[in-house]
Write a protein that binds this ligand. Structure first.
Ligand code: PMP
Length: 308
């Protein structure tokens, strides 16, 4: 892979991009035993800032907790390392990828606790709109995948773990191979869950509906941001299990994620949403969200963590 930045933080050291390597017998590679984050930094009028860094780092440690994975750094050290990685690479806006994984622990699926070795890396590099610039403005066409999301009490959906992304890979690949931009997964109960790498929102009669955390979703930080911004804009938000057919009846539908930001959906399974693209509520949410980074929305929440 061509270097996208100069340095990668690896176990406390800044290494050249090409030298940040691991062994082929790394446990995480064989068994998906990694936990990670996707974080964005934005170039704001007050200087580069990481968006909700503390919450992302908390989720990284929570994911690691579920998997009995002791991260050999404190959350404060990880926060500082994220900012240091941005600074050494001279990045003002970037996507950050902190990851912790079981390293060389032998090839037994469950290494003895004394053999557990957790490696931690942080990469940062420029990354534009995940589903394309056009996607943000015009909306994307999606399908409901034939693959369902992770069933409760199997592989925990609330942990952002490497292995979970086998599900995302199948859902995303099915959609793209059929010419759609993204795939949505249903839960094993047939109700709406989430996109391959995004949370899902439906707007009906001016109210925002989204599946609850019990619907096999990752509790997205962008999801929480949108729920907060919507409530503050006086829009009612309802976290409730939703049947599939609501997708075809909603006025507007959008997806959220750190990479995808707020991406409108214009059709689902070839059925256009009632407004057929980004509607009023979606546009308002996009405006409030991006306003946090261009200074139009006041950050009364303390979500911007300035890099310098
Ligand atoms: N669901 C899944 C499966 C994801 O991979 C992501 C992206 N991290 C999200 C939801 C959205 O989460 P966030 O807003 O925290 O990026």
């Amino acid at each position: 892979m061509k270097p996208l930045a100069e340095k990668i933080w690896f176990n406390g050291e800044l290494k050249a991009w090409e030298d940040a390597k691991i062994h082929v017998l790394t446990h995480g590679l064989h068994y998906g035993t990694s936990v990670f984050e996707g974080v964005r930094a934005y170039d704001t009028p007050k200087g580069p800032a990481v968006f909700r860094l503390a919450e992302h780092t908390q989720r990284l440690f929570d994911s690691a907790r579920i998997y009995h994975m002791p991260i050999p750094f404190t959350p404060e050290q990880i926060n500082e390392a994220c900012k240091e990685t941005l600074r050494v690479n001279g990045l003002k806006s970037a996507y950050l990828r902190p990851i912790a994984f079981l390293g060389e622990c032998g090839l037994g699926v469950t290494p003895k606790p004394e053999n557990v070795k957790v490696d931690v890396a942080i990469a940062a590099f420029p990354w534009g709109a995940y589903l394309g610039e056009d996607g943000l403005t015009k909306g994307v066409d999606v399908i409901v995948s034939s693959w369902q999301r992770l069933a409760p009490n199997t592989v925990p959906p609330a942990a952002k773990a490497g292995g979970n992304y086998l599900s995302s890979y199948l859902i995303g690949r099915e959609a793209r191979s059929r010419g759609y931009e993204e795939g949505l997964g249903l839960g094993t109960d047939g109700r709406l869950s989430e996109g391959a790498g995004e949370n899902l929102f439906l707007i009906m009669k001016g109210k925002i509906h989204t599946p609850p955390v019990s619907s096999s979703i990752l509790g997205g930080i962008t999801r929480d941001t949108v729920l907060t911004l919507a409530r503050d804009a006086g829009i009612e938000v309802i976290e409730q299990a939703l049947p599939r057919e609501m997708l075809y009846l909603a006025d507007e539908v959008f997806m959220t994620g750190t990479a995808a930001e707020i991406t409108p959906i214009r059709s689902i399974d070839d059925i256009p949403t009632r407004v057929g693209g980004p509607g009023e509520v979606t546009k308002l949410m996009q405006q409030r969200f991006h306003g946090l980074f261009n200074g139009e929305t006041e950050d009364t929440y303390g979500w911007l963590d300035y890099v310098n």
